[in-house]
Design a protein around this ligand. Structure first.
Ligand SMILES: [Zn+2]
Length: 254
């Protein structure tokens, strides 16, 4: 995969964050997705800053910045910079070679729940497994700017899928751009449902019971069910409908 292809894909991911409401309104220029370059694992590509329209929804592939694992800008347009929290990305890539994508935004419901110190629990299917383990919380509202802060965040996330930054935002990881962005969407969906429940029934509201969640795993694969054997023969149904849809939508404007 060429650097140009990764720049295009990272641009699409950043635009999707805006399209799904994770970087809109007063948050329109806040947040960034990145991807490690598959053929050059000591390089990653992240959204840049310093453009006339500095909003995720308006990003162009050529405005993505190539960085090394120290967070230095290696390549990008004149007068552009890496995203200001680049150390969050570089520190995670440096510490965890298997992580290939990092997404950070300031999602409203996840942020308010972090300040309430209300641990998220599974309230709907989407992201239920992902939310079933306690999420680490970085107990500072400041942006991640220094080497020390980047290392603190990378250490706290511990190679896992998600970290909350109290009163600030959230960071998700993945083996692909799709995974880190979808995890952010799931996190915010669960946080929104937790907020609804918190408002309706208080901090001790019910959530999906563990035994009910357990029923979602280790199931007979769909293609092995008698009524699907023929229609799914030789292929697995596509499961990435959300990502494919929003990729298509945001690509129209690039
Ligand atoms: Zn931030």
């Amino acid at each position: 995969m060429s650097f140009e292809q990764v720049k295009y894909d990272v641009c699409v991911a950043n635009r999707i964050l805006a399209e799904v409401g994770l970087a809109t309104g007063v948050l329109a220029s806040l947040g960034h997705s990145s991807q490690r370059v598959p053929d050059a694992p000591d390089r990653f590509i992240v959204k840049g800053r310093g453009y006339a329209i500095d909003a995720l929804a308006a990003m162009k592939p050529e405005q993505m910045i190539v960085c090394d694992l120290e967070g230095n800008k290696i390549e990008g347009p004149p007068n552009s910079t890496q995203c200001f929290e680049v150390k969050m990305h570089s520190s995670i890539y440096k510490m965890y070679p298997k992580i290939n994508s990092v997404t950070h935004v300031h999602p409203r419901f996840a942020v308010v729940m972090s300040i309430l110190q209300a641990p998220l629990s599974a309230m709907c299917q989407e992201g239920a497994e992902f939310i079933s383990k306690p999420i680490p919380v970085y107990p500072h509202v400041k942006t991640i700017q220094t080497e020390e802060e980047g290392v603190e965040v990378a250490t706290l996330i511990d190679g896992g899928p998600v970290l909350l930054l109290e009163g600030h935002g959230a960071t998700t990881t993945g083996s692909t751009l799709e995974e880190s962005v979808m995890r952010m969407m799931w996190l915010e969906e669960q946080a929104r449902m937790n907020w609804y429940a918190y408002c309706a029934a208080g901090p001790n509201h019910r959530s999906i019971p563990a035994e009910s969640l357990a029923e979602m795993t280790n199931r007979t694969p769909l293609p092995e069910l008698p009524h699907f054997v023929e229609s799914m023969q030789g292929h697995r149904p596509s499961m990435g409908g959300v990502w494919a849809h929003y990729s298509n939508v945001v690509s129209q404007g690039i």
